[in-house]
Design a protein around this ligand. Structure first.
Ligand SMILES: Cc1cc2nc3c(=O)[nH]c(=O)nc-3n(C[C@H](O)[C@H](O)[C@H](O)COP(=O)(O)O)c2cc1C
Length: 388
């Protein structure tokens, strides 16, 4: 794809086509193992603005063996559409057959994980290791593409390290093998989640492919960051992961921001959700967790979800201290009521959080001036997924 040399040239694309699949928005929910489960996807969809959600990565062999864990990861319902299932594995036949299962299950596309730096994935030749073996990977992809009617996409990082930025070459080879789109996290495997997302790296992938859409990814935590990624890379879509934990409203606000007409004073930024709205959605999230996982497991899983919402509440240590022990729906209600009482001390006469207690705005790594040289500010969730 040939791009104009100047940034800020691209008109904002308002839909995206993955092969035969037309999506109503070009904003995507990134797969986040342990988080992008059915309840979270439903929360995001109910708020709106997202074009396609993806499951956590699913081990192809586990899916073939119909392991309960794999089946739970692909659990869905009509309100959870359109849905992509992300697969990982290095055995071509297993990936092919798992893609067939995903299609039969109702997925509108299958995504291949090529960018996962977790040791257990790299060890078996999947994830980032795939980026170093082009011919073998292209053959694996071709087998999947030929086996299903739905589009097959691939998600990658820029490469192994700064000396091996293989993503453009890989994207081109995958396009020839039949993938309908590529998702690119603008960091190398070596970077992990540190350093800056390199928009120039994503742009090189856009320039390398002939026709397929390239979806940019990494550190998009505000509508302005999404727009910067569109403008500077020429990508067709933007995929958002951790930004959606902080803020499931990010898709809706980004669409409004990018599609809105600029005024003399610039592009109007849609307002942040109110505190009451944040609490409403948090409670809805718990209800969905309980519906899908049962009260005991749902509450336990919710212990790592609620503190992400609380990061945007202002002072929240009283809430976090208690919510990480929540065991029932009734108990959550008590925790919330206690917190609302405690939080009053930080409010002004109008019931709004006093300015000095408001959380600092989130800033994507690539939106900071180089001289700022600040530590990475966007949190990476703890737990079994620490090594992502
Ligand atoms: C907790 C966690 C789990 C992740 N799980 C997956 C996964 O299952 N598959 C995948 O391709 N990427 C996974 N990623 C990477 C994200 O999809 C995304 O590429 C990365 O977080 C950068 O985007 P973000 O800054 O918008 O979060 C994960 C990232 C995190 C933080």
């Amino acid at each position: 794809m040939v791009l104009a040399a100047s940034p800020y040239f691209f008109p904002y694309p308002d839909s995206v086509q993955l092969g035969p699949l037309k999506l109503s928005s070009n904003l995507f929910l990134s797969p986040l193992a342990g988080y992008t489960n059915l309840p979270f996807r439903l929360v995001v969809r109910e708020i709106g603005g997202v074009g396609l959600c993806t499951t956590d990565l699913v081990n192809a062999r586990s899916l073939l063996e119909r392991r309960p864990k794999a089946l739970k990861l692909i659990e869905t319902r009509p309100a959870d559409a359109p849905l992509a299932i992300q697969l990982f594995g290095a055995v071509a036949e297993e990936m092919r057959d798992a893609a067939v299962i995903a299609e039969a299950h109702g997925a509108v596309s299958v995504d291949i994980n090529m960018g996962c730096p977790v040791k257990k994935v790299v060890k078996i030749g999947g994830g980032s290791a795939m980026m170093t073996e082009l011919a073998k990977t292209a053959a694996l992809v071709r087998g999947m593409v030929n086996a299903v009617k739905i589009p097959v996409t691939a998600k990658m990082r820029l490469g192994w390290d700064d000396d091996n930025l293989t993503a453009p070459e890989l994207a081109r080879a995958l396009e020839d093998a039949g993938v309908a789109a590529v998702f690119v996290h603008g960091r190398t495997r070596e970077q992990g989640f540190g350093g800056t997302v390199k928009l120039t790296g994503i742009r090189k992938v856009v320039e390398a492919v002939k026709h397929i859409p390239v979806i940019g990814n990494g550190d998009v935590v505000t509508p302005q960051a999404a727009k910067r990624m569109f403008d500077e890379t020429g990508c067709t879509g933007v995929s958002i992961g951790r930004g959606a934990f902080y803020d499931p409203w990010i898709f809706k606000r980004t669409l409004e921001y990018c599609q809105g007409s600029p005024t003399a004073t610039g592009r109007p930024l849609p307002p942040e959700p109110s505190f009451a709205e944040r609490v409403r959605v948090l409670s809805r999230h718990l209800d969905l967790m309980i519906e899908v996982f049962g009260e005991e497991l749902g509450c336990r899983m919710f212990r790592k979800v609620a503190p992400w919402y609380a990061k945007r509440f202002g002072p929240c240590h009283e809430f976090n201290k208690q919510v990480v022990q929540v065991a029932t729906r009734v108990q959550f209600q008590e925790i919330l009521e206690n917190y609302l009482r405690w939080r009053q001390q930080f409010l002004d006469a109008n019931g709004e959080l006093q300015v000095r207690y408001q959380p600092a705005p989130l800033v994507a790594s690539f939106m900071r001036a180089p001289e700022e040289n600040l530590p990475v500010q966007i949190a990476v969730p703890k737990g079994p997924v620490e090594v992502w």
